[in-house]
Write a protein that binds this ligand. Structure first.
Ligand code: ADP
Length: 554
């Protein structure tokens, strides 16, 4: 599984230590830079002065140079990060004394200016450093002036201390500003680290939740690359061979479980093309013939800027559900098949009984009722048999179309169902063409019209009406059955052609008539559609090719 790496927020202790180290690192660098520069200048002055023979007290000058050299070596050698901050101040203090020694050696050389180096360093250590540098250096300077030779008060008696105080103050302010900026940066870095760790925690949580569910989740980037897959995808891998090439010997089939699925039509490929879809079923069959069914749902993702953020594909194993449906179909088909033979025999014997001349009138009435109930039972059994999946698949082969007059069939169907309509005072009218040719199987078309008319009566209100309109344009012939019944809600409208679906449970039925009709019309290369408004009524429209070779155009 691809996941983000876990990285919690750094704890307080390491963070503080890091900050301190950073501070001393910076101080080290400033100190080393300053000290090396000072040492360089002094050594050059000493060597130059000695070579040129201009030093009045080379011995004293050498002591001052040596002191600065020692302080420089200490600066380079001492691990300041491990030493208490106050000890750092020792180096500039040694420098101040060393420069005082140099100045004693060469009073007129103006070497007091070198105090600028330790003054800056001390000021950078904090307020105490600033005070020490502003007090100590001028004091030392004036003491040297007083005890030194030719101690006359000149302009420079004040100028040097003022310059030193100005340099110290500037150094102090610059360090404060630098420290404030660094603290701000530290705070922002800490906030960033916290936000990052919160995001990582969130992602981990989502990942863990997704790994516990039993449906597969695959996330694709905008470019179509797989950027995430949860644990369940591994278990469903056989249906997504691209993710697991080892399952290459698996055959993928479309929803009907028979048609091979081209690689281009695989839900993953479709998701990559930017398609979104719901519950697309794919069957996979391994080399041993084991089959499993998966439904795929794809959605596009929108990122926080409202732009395309890739896609997510969700896969669910529905093998058990599909197997249960198949088992139900098989059971229904075999039970109804088994019922048909004895029922046919019952019907035959009842008809024989009715043929008996000496049958008492009362018994005749009983047998008559038994006969019509048996006929109804046989019709139901026939419906169930037709609706079983295997029979539906064979509807196509049992349709034998020819050019027929649709109006004739409609009128015959109305005639047969009129008693039912009359019972509920429902008016049935035929409108439109006097005759209209369609390329259809008359027996099958009658079955469809009977079913639509039967429903239009069954789901109508007492005293309502039914209008059957036949129309043809030479290419397509349509039969519309409009009723003034209870109507069908929007969410049910798309499902009325499913087997066993019933929108109104309180009105008797088996939910098979429309599924059979739909299949029959489809086998004619036609279309069966519905338009409806709850409480107002429904219109079912059958569109059929008018002649052999024409196509339904609507
Ligand atoms: P059945 O009528 O046996 O229930 P059908 O397959 O013929 O089965 O119809 C399926 C469902 O569609 C019905 O149960 C009903 O809810 C709805 N339906 C069909 N025709 C109509 C209609 N004309 N008016 C309202 N609802 C209808």
């Amino acid at each position: 599984m691809r996941r983000a790496t876990a990285a919690g927020a750094p704890s307080a202790t390491p963070r503080t230590r890091r900050r301190t180290t950073l501070r001393f690192d910076l101080r080290d660098r400033v100190a080393v830079g300053n000290q090396l520069l000072l040492c360089g200048i002094v050594v050059v002055l000493f060597v130059g002065g000695t070579l040129a023979g201009v030093l009045s007290s080379p011995g004293v000058f050498a002591i001052g140079t040596l002191l600065i050299a020692v302080a420089t070596i200490a600066t380079l050698a001492v691990p300041w990060t491990r030493v208490a901050p106050a000890w750092v101040a020792l180096v500039p203090l040694v420098d101040i004394v060393a420069i005082a020694v140099l100045r004693v050696a060469e009073p007129p050389a103006g070497l007091g200016l070198l105090w600028a180096f330790p003054a800056m360093w001390l000021a950078s250590l904090g307020l105490a450093g600033l005070i020490v540098s502003c007090v100590l250096i001028p004091l030392l300077y004036w003491v040297l002036l007083v005890v030194g030779p030719a101690s006359a008060f000149t302009f420079s008696t004040l100028l040097l201390p003022i310059v030193i105080i100005a340099i110290s103050s500037a150094g102090y302010v610059a360090t404060r500003r630098f420290t404030a900026q660094r603290d701000l940066l530290d705070a922002q870095a800490a906030r960033l680290a916290f936000a990052r760790s919160a995001a990582v925690r969130q992602e981990q949580l989502v990942t863990e939740v997704l790994d516990t569910v039993d449906f597969g989740v695959v996330r694709l980037s905008v470019g179509g690359d797989i950027v995430y897959e949860n644990d369940a995808v591994g278990r469903l891998s056989s249906a997504i061979p691209e993710l697991h090439p080892a399952s290459g010997r698996t055959t993928l089939l479309a929803e009907d479980g028979r048609t091979p699925l081209p690689a281009n039509d695989h839900p993953l490929a479709r998701t990559r093309r930017g398609e979104t879809f719901d519950d697309v079923v794919v069957w996979s069959q391994d080399a041993e013939g084991r089959r499993s069914a998966l439904t795929f749902t794809a959605r596009r993702l929108i990122d926080h800027r409202g732009e395309d953020g890739g896609a997510v594909l969700v896969a669910r194993d529905v093998t058990a559900e599909r197997e249960a449906l198949r088992a139900r179909d098989d059971l229904v088909a075999s039970v109804s098949h088994e019922l048909r033979t004895p029922l046919t025999s019952v019907l035959g014997y009842l008809e024989l009984a009715l043929d008996e001349e000496d049958l008492p009138e009362r018994a005749r009435r009983y047998v008559d009722t038994a006969l019509s109930s048996s006929e109804r039972l046989l019709a139901i059994v026939a419906d169930i048999l037709t609706a079983s999946r295997r029979s539906l698949q064979s509807v196509e082969s049992s349709v034998h179309p020819r050019e027929i007059d649709v109006v004739e069939i409609v009128r015959a169907s109305i005639l047969a169902l009129r008693p039912l309509a009359d019972d509920r005072v429902i008016k049935v009218t035929v409108d439109g063409a006097e005759s209209a040719v369609a390329y259809a199987d008359p027996g099958r078309l009658r079955q469809v019209i009977d079913n639509l008319l039967g429903n239009a009566i069954k789901f109508n209100r007492d005293g309502g009406s039914i209008e059957v309109t036949v129309h043809t344009d030479g290419d397509t012939t349509t039969i519309a059955v409009r009723d003034t019944g209870i109507g069908i809600g929007e969410e049910d409208r798309g499902r009325v052609f499913e087997r066993f679906f019933r929108a109104s449970e309180d009105i008797a039925g088996n939910g098979l008539g429309l599924a059979i009709s739909h299949e029959i019309v489809r086998a004619h290369d036609g279309e069966l559609t519905v338009a409806s408004e709850p409480g107002v009524g429904s219109t079912f429209t059958v569109a059929l090719p008018a002649k052999a070779g024409t196509r339904v155009t609507r």
